[in-house]
Design a protein around this ligand. Sequence first.
Ligand code: 3PG
Length: 389
Amino acid sequence: AQLADSGELKNKRVFIRADLNVPLDDQGRITEDTRIRASVPGIKLALDAGAAVMITSHLGRPTEGELKPEDSLAPVAVRLQELLGQPVRLLTNWLDGVDVSAGEVVLLENCRCNVGEKKDSTELAQKMAKLCDVYVNDAFGTAHRAEATTHALALQAPVACAGPLLAAELEALGKALREPKRPMVAIVGGSKVSTKLSILQALAQKVDQLIVGGGIANTFMLAAGLSIGKSLAEADQVGQARSVIEMMQARGAAVPIPVDVVVATAFSASAQAQVKAADAVQPDDLILDIGPKTTEQLAEILAKAGTIVWNGPVGVFEFDAFANGTKGVARAIADSDGFSIAGGGDTLAAIAKFGISNQVGYISTGGGAFLEFLEGKTLPAVAALEQRA
Ligand code: 3PG
């Protein structure tokens, strides 16, 4: 069930579990607010329907049982207040009762600080269920976690439904996977094969072309017998990389291995960047980006794609000298006529940096949840809502 059809909300106490887990800098300032902005429509929907609205989210991975200043949702409350254009009161110690009237919004402090949240405690969920008439899960980014506010509460609340963001994510991503326009191309970057192995294996059974980038591509270069100097790679994952290459070969598609790379001898924004052929990497070279010929090849593949799935940059795009590969990929995705879906924190940052957000078909607010959904895993938060439907 969705929020829009969950009945009369006037004067009802609506508890919204959102994912407001945004990146903060060392001063506690929000560096990227996509998730907060994406949560606004669900909150407005409840407010416009005359509900008394309480919202909670986790922030980071705090120790349960205490609320350290750096774990507080205070910066989020300020941003939410600006976006909603109305006061947002931040409440601590909210488990024993919440005072909120129709038309008001309160933000309940970091739910992961409550004892039992991470363990999906039924007892904790029963306490939270007493606070509300309707529970709304609009936290797609946390849908892969079975925690008290994402799972047990969905089973305990008087009424449980999906918010508009959760519903839109499932709809957009589900459609792209169920009925992909072919050829379907996935581009997976990031630093480690080990953390993305299951998604690489799942995609290798589904897509027509699989492109790897970043540190992941370094391990694939090793698998292809190339030297990568002192670049980031996982020697113990070479066998796994080979098996992914073979899975794609069995589907009649080679995994493109970079033909050229951008190297430096130090990992720094001011390091001297040098383009080298992939077979000319020296022992003290660090590969920090794909080279222009490789970028061109990938752009050609992306130009012909019917569907594109993008997770992870192909180089150290935070440093301008090593941003051209990711920029080229971003531009190719923007220019492609195919339907593109993208997700993950670094990917969102790259999309923002290269200004292509309006040219991506669907930008997911999920990181881990986006990947698990693509892998075809059941998301516990969604399963709990389905159980109630
Ligand atoms: C995320 O940032 O991917 C979600 O908010 C989930 O956070 P978690 O990995 O700490 O559970």
